[in-house]
Design a protein around this ligand. Sequence first.
Ligand code: PLP
Length: 405
Amino acid sequence: MIKSPWRGDFPIINNTQCESPYIYLDSAATAQTPASVIERMQHFYLNEYATVHRGVHRLSSEATDNMEQTRQDVADFIQAKSREQIVFTKGTTEAINLVANTFLPTFTQSGDEIIITDMEHHANIVPWQLLSERLGLTIKVWAMTSDGELLLDDLQALLSPRTKLVALTHISNVLGCINPIKKATSIAHQYGAVVLIDGAQGVMHQAVNVSDVGCDFYAFSGHKLYGPTGVGVLYMAKKWADTLPPWEGGGAMIDHVQLPMGTSYQAAPWRFEAGTPNIAGILGLGEAIKYVNHIGIDAISQYEEELMLYAEEKLQNLDSLNVYGNSDKRVGLISFNLGVHHAYDVGSFLDRYNVAIRTGHHCAMPLLARLEQTAVCRASFALYSDSQDVDVLVDRLNYIKKLLG
Ligand code: PLP
C-alpha cells in the first residue's frame, strides 16, 4: 500500500460529509489546498489586511513587505537569479498573454514566425494566434510523434532566421510527458528565437531551475501548486525584464504621470503589475511554496513516481482500457478511454461512485485531434493521492465496464 504521509494536511480530502470517501483524481485541473495555505489567507484578512505599495501606515507597509518576500520565495523556488524577474499574474494564461502582448508587437515584424507544438493547452495557443492575426506573423507547428514525443530534429527543421519565438509546455496536461525544454531552448537560441515554457503542469511535480534551463519566460499557476486560484507567475530573463514595455496601464506600474502625455513607468516587475494585486492570493502562493519546500520537491517527485508506477500497472491490466501517451515518460496523470464508451459517460458514472476525474478535450483540442478523439478521461495525482485512490478508481472502472457492456 502506498500511503501519503501528507494526506492529513488537506481538509477537503479528509472531509467525512460523504457516505463513502470522495476520491479526488483531478489535481492537474486544480490541486487541493492544505490547511496552512487557507489559514495564511484567513490570517491576512483577519489581522493584516491592507493594500500594498500605497500607504505609509504599518498595515500597508507590512503587506508590501510580505508580498515582496513572497516574490523572493518564488524566485528561490524556481531558481531565478532575482525577484525582479518574477511578475505576479492571475495565472499561466495571463502570463502567456502578457508575453504575447508585449514581446510580439515590440520585437517582431510581419512575416516573422512563431513555433508552437501540437500538444499545447489552449492557453499556449490562442494568445499567439490572436497576436499573429494582428501582426501578420506565421505560426508553425512542431508536431509530436505518434508516441507523443517532441523530437529536437523536428524543431531544428522548423527554425529559421525569421523564427522569433518558440513556446512549449514543460509537461503535457493530457499525456503527462516531460518535454526536453533545456535542449529545445538551447537550439532555439542558436537561431535567436526566444523561448517560453508553459510550466502549469511542471512546477508541482519536480524541481525547476529556470536559470539552468535558460528559457526566456516560464509561466505557472498558483492553484496547481497547492495555492489559491487567481494568482500565477511569469518568470522573465533579465534581458526581457529590462526591455519589455508595459502592457496594462493603471496605478502601481507608473513612475510619473503627466498630461497630456509623457508618463514614465516603474522598473520590472512592477511595470507589469497595474492595479491592486491579489494580495491574499500571493501570500497563499507563498505559503504553498513554503509547504512544498518543507516536504521537499524531490520527496514529492519520488512519492508521485512510485504512485504513478502503481497506477500505470493497475490501469494497464484493465482490458479494453486505451491509455494515451508513452508510459516511460508520464508524470502526474494518465489519460485513457474505456472501450468505446464516451468519456463523459465514464466520468459521470465515476462521479456517482464518488470518484472525480476530468473528461473532455482538456483545453487541448489539437492534441485530441492527433489522438483522433473528441474526449478522453484523465486521472491525475498529487502528493496527497495514494494507492487506495487508484484501487477505487480501477474497481469502479471495472464495474462501469460490466454495466455498460
Ligand atoms: N497550461 C497548461 C499545460 C495547463 O494544464 C493549464 C491549466 O489546466 C493552463 C496552461 C492554464 O492555466 P490557468 O487556467 O491556471 O491559467
